[in-house]
Write a protein that binds this ligand. Structure first.
Ligand code: SF4
Ligand code: SF4
Length: 448
């Protein structure tokens, strides 16, 4: 880390955190209670790879005592942004906001490799900011799989533009769905004359093109629970991936679109089935608290946003008197649950899914050891830091093996892809499902 005494204090203002004020950083008592909960500290044992060490680095950069060097950039991106440190911090340090502010400064200042910048600008911003563009890309990727022309993408260097490791981690890329959920789900759906709730639903980006079935299951689950479901046309990716990787402008652009579109409808709630998207939509109010025109509407959307398990816990799971065949097919099964970081640590949603699962008759719910320890997926972490990610995945799969559930559930697409990869590598016969898919099937009637 090189010193830069002449550097002016760096302004890291993002999501309500103005670092030169040190309000958040100075809360850190350097107690170290977060260290045993940090996956990257567990990997290296180095202070600089711990939450406390990174906070010191961010403060030094914000003070102008340290320049933004390659080492600083690497440390900020080595962090998973899992926010496990926030959950245990007695001082309430908003670590996630700090590291995202630091990444925003890195991105805005151009302190990254050409490959990394290209990936963020072309892939995360250009493709993800427009649903039609993302679908076109997804169709090409689907065609590539059907025609077996992966070699063409490799030879032309197209894949390498996204990541030099993408060739090695293709198994970690989600399979593109045979259709996209936003193409088949109507704008407004209801099965009953007087719905109890009018809820909005975000089809998302990856969820839409690679987890269309989970989106359709979630909508069906909402219909099973007496909701009218509104799926606004023209909605955008939530912006969370862009925010987590420092592209503040791209994230705000996508968030703005969603706020404007969802706020046109009179909704009771906005329901999410992806932990990262839900976490970020709940933070829209902070993203726009400096924007007089949007702050009120952003706050309204944030306050209405709930994960599907939060919503079902609140209204009560409706298991039918005459359940469909799925419930009897899982009678006596051992069911377990992996906490997605942005559900358990960022949204603090952990008891609700467990309570729902424990209420399902005939199954045995078994806790997964270290269920809230990151699986190594972390957005695109498994693509850009494959080796570190695989060490975390091995730890996760080791715990899964220790209890050998029949079905393992989770509420985030990234965790699903990552853990599925780990289960396949070890040839484990364990079914992995999204919580919404499992609950939808549990709530099916014989007539469905
Ligand atoms: S971030 Fe919190 S838990 Fe970690 S050292 Fe600082 S005060 Fe202690
Ligand atoms: S966000 Fe996760 S990886 Fe990063 S410092 Fe906190 S606990 Fe460690």
């Amino acid at each position: 880390m090189t010193r830069s005494p002449a550097a002016a204090p760096v302004v890291l203002a993002f999501r309500g955190v103005d670092i030169p004020n040190y309000d958040v950083i100075t809360n850190c008592m350097h107690c170290g209670l977060c260290l045993p909960h940090c996956p990257t500290f567990a990997l290296t044992g180095l202070e600089k790879s711990s939450p406390r060490g990174r906070i010191r680095l961010i403060k030094a950069v914000a003070d102008g005592e340290l320049a933004i060097t390659d080492g600083f950039v690497d440390e900020m991106h080595f962090c998973l942004d899992c926010q496990a440190c926030e959950t245990v911090c007695p001082a309430g340090v908003k670590y996630g906001s700090l590291v995202e502010a630091a990444r925003a400064q890195i991105f805005q200042g151009g302190h990254e490799s050409f490959r990394s910048k290209s990936f963020k600008r072309i892939f995360l911003r250009w493709f993800f900011s427009d649903q039609a563009r993302l679908k076109s890309l997804a169709r090409i990727l689907r065609l590539k799989d059907y025609l077996g022309i992966t070699w063409l993408f490799e030879k032309t260097g197209l894949l390498k533009l996204l990541s030099k490791r993408l060739h090695d981690v293709q198994s970690l890329s989600p399979q593109i769905s045979s259709h996209f959920s936003s193409d088949v789900l109507p704008e407004v759906i209801s099965r009953i004359a007087k719905p109890e709730y009018r809820v909005g639903f975000l089809t998302g980006c990856i969820m839409d093109v690679a987890f269309a079935d989970v989106n359709e299951d979630t909508v069906e689950l909402l219909l099973q629970h007496g909701c009218e479901v509104v799926i606004p046309k023209g909605q955008s990716c939530c912006g969370s991936l862009q925010a987590h990787y420092g592209d503040r402008q791209g994230a705000r652009q996508m968030a703005r679109r969603n706020i404007e579109i969802f706020d046109r409808y009179s909704l009771d709630y906005v329901i999410m089935n992806s932990a990262g998207c839900g976490a970020f939509m709940k933070e829209y109010s902070h993203v726009f608290d400096d924007d007089k025109n949007l702050a009120e509407r952003a706050k309204r959307i944030s306050e209405k946003t709930l994960d599907i398990t939060e919503f079902l816990f609140m209204i009560g799971l409706k298991i039918p008197d005459r359940p469909g065949p799925f419930l009897s097919s899982i009678h006596g099964n051992k069911i377990s649950y992996h906490d997605a970081c942005h559900l358990v640590h960022t949204q603090r949603v952990s008891q609700q899914p467990r309570a729902l699962l424990r209420s399902v008759p005939g199954i045995r719910f078994v806790e997964l050891p270290e269920s809230s320890w990151c699986c190594g997926s972390a957005g695109i972490y498994n693509v850009v830091r494959y080796n570190d990610s695989m060490k975390l995945l091995d730890r996760k799969v080791g715990h899964v093996k220790s209890i050998m559930p029949d079905i393992l559930l989770t509420g985030n697409p990234g965790c699903q892809v990552q853990i599925q990869y780990g289960l396949q590598k070890q040839d484990l016969d364990i079914k992995l499902m999204h919580t919404a898919t499992f609950l939808r099937r549990v709530c099916e009637t014989q007539e469905t």
